[in-house]
Design a binder for this molecule. Structure first.
Ligand code: UDX
Ligand code: ADP
Length: 463
């Protein structure tokens, strides 16, 4: 089937950028992104393209090029489903917060709702593409709903996991290491795969488009994220050992990264990984493994999360201990709240957990993040449900100026590796702080010698 009309359900961090790039690279395809969230769709349609709801370098330009030409954002879900030949599902699949599998399994209720809606609306054959990260065998569930509630319409289900990383989404989409498409081995399944291959082939070299069976594709996504997260937990585990010895984790990372079998990427010790994928996907893997009775496999991967939780906790504990065992009533400046630089996404950000620990110790947090505002910060803390929202509000203040956040602070904690932090006038910050002035650099971002020369008591991760 030659694809000329695509619908994407879910206008989030995955659906938005992915569809924008497809629209940019395939001017002959009409792409409609739909979402139930009216405010989000309104923001995507905002006249000023700088107000789109997702911050990603380069995204606003692509949206400006394509919006209302062949890229559309809408809340008219049924109409878009009806018109499309190919439907991407990119709705969120958070970890369940209730019932069986609570805290581990993925909550598939949004996916199921999409399937039921597609089944209700579709009048002709369609290809359904899973884009969200899903636990293995979701396609099976999707197929069962579609085949049993549809109007005799034929559905082909493909798994096409997204490997983009936030902050570099546009570049990752324009130049992917690989595109993975899983489908059924039947002739119809293979035809559906080819239809999607033809879409990507508009800009991705064919040899980078991998075709597999559905289960391999779904599992590859979980495996990729588990391996990446494992690297971060591995170097973070070494960081604690480095702190107790004379080693420097940055030097260790460089030394091992030059081994071409290990490679240099994803070896940055940090306050802990965050983001919507790593923890969720590993928990999924753990859940699936346990469901098959593979307890050793489950325990092996769970340790990656246990290490990450330990890393976050150890960072906040160190702040308290270093500040003479009490932060009660003290002003601690936080630079950064997003889970990494160049995104406004805060899901599972280490900053949330560090703040939560410090608020338990009655600290006052003064926060600056270039892309995250007060409401989001409060929402993240309230979501943890540790204390009453009013108490979170009492302990956290956000500033739109980093120098004001740091003024009269006892310590600065760096939680996100935003480039601009490196260029601040640190002497000016030092002068405005209480003495001794501490920096806890959770991203090993600043130059230790320079900071110490200014007068800071500077601590980084892993040295
Ligand atoms: C990840 C995968 O990289 C991507 O392929 C997948 O599609 C979604 O999940 P993302 O979560 O957007 O992407 O960001 P990523 O760059 O992987 O970083 C995840 C977390 O690990 C961040 O909190 C980051 O700061 C942290 N990290 C990463 C480190 O602490 N050290 C590193 O060396 C690398
Ligand atoms: P991701 O990082 O996976 O893209 P987001 O939470 O950023 O996750 O985006 C998912 C989007 O999917 C949200 O904007 C949400 O409103 C939307 N969504 C969830 N369920 C449905 C549904 N049944 N129909 C349409 N949109 C949905």
């Amino acid at each position: 089937m030659k694809i000329t009309n695509i619908c994407c359900i879910g206008a989030g961090y995955v659906g938005g950028p992915t569809m924008a790039v497809i629209a940019e690279k395939c001017p002959h395809i009409k792409v409609t992104v739909v979402d139930l969230n009216e405010a989000r769709i309104a923001a995507w349609n905002d006249e000023d393209v700088n107000n789109i709801p997702i911050y990603e370098p380069g995204l606003n330009e692509i949206v400006a090029n394509t919006r209302n030409k062949n890229l559309f954002f809408s809340t008219a879900v049924d109409q878009a489903i009806d018109e499309a030949q190919l439907i991407f599902i990119s709705v969120n699949t958070p970890t369940k917060t209730y019932g069986t599998g609570k805290g581990m399994a993925a909550d598939l209720k949004h996916i199921e709702l999409c399937a039921r809606q597609i089944a209700k609306v579709a009048k002709n054959d369609k290809i359904i593409v899973e884009k969200s990260t899903l636990p293995v065998r979701t396609a099976e569930a999707l197929k069962s709903i579609l085949d049993n509630t549809g109007n005799g319409v034929q559905f082909q289900i493909l798994s096409n996991p997204e490997f983009l990383a936030e902050g570099t989404a546009v570049q990752d989409l324009l130049h992917p290491d690989r595109v993975l498409i899983g489908g059924e081995t039947t002739p119809e399944g293979q035809q559906a795969i080819e239809s999607l291959v033809d879409v990507y082939a508009n800009w991705v070299p064919k040899e980078r488009i991998l075709k597999t069976n559905v289960w391999s594709s779904e599992l590859s996504k979980l495996t990729a994220n588990a391996f990446l997260a494992q690297r971060v937990s591995s170097i973070n585990a070494m960081s604690e050992l480095c702190e107790k010895t004379e080693a420097n984790v940055n030097e260790v990372a460089k030394a091992i990264g030059m081994d071409s079998r290990i490679g240099s990427k994803f070896l940055k010790a940090s306050v802990g990984f965050g983001g919507s994928c790593f923890q969720k996907d590993i928990l999924n893997l753990v859940y699936i493994s346990k469901a098959f009775g593979l307890n050793e496999v489950a325990d092996y991967w769970e340790q990656v999360i246990i290490m990450n939780d330990h890393q976050k906790r150890r960072f906040s504990r160190n702040i308290v201990q270093t500040l003479y065992n009490t932060v009660s009533g003290k002003k601690i400046a936080f630079l950064g709240w997003a889970f990494k630089k160049d995104t406004n996404d805060t899901r599972e950000s280490a900053a949330i957990y560090v703040a939560d620990d410090l608020i338990n110790e009655q600290a006052n947090i003064a926060l600056y993040d270039p892309k995250v505002g007060h409401q989001q910060v409060l929402a993240d803390l309230d979501y943890l449900d540790t204390r009453k929202p009013a108490d979170n509000e009492k302990h956290i203040h956000t500033f739109d100026n980093p120098y004001m956040a740091c003024e009269n602070a006892h310590a600065v904690a760096i939680l996100t590796e935003w480039d601009e932090f490196k260029d601040y006038d640190w002497k000016k910050i030092y002068d405005s702080m209480l003495k001794p002035a501490f920096i806890f650099d959770g991203r090993n971002l600043l130059d230790a010698e320079k900071m110490r020369a200014i007068g800071f008591v500077y601590q980084s991760i892993g040295s």
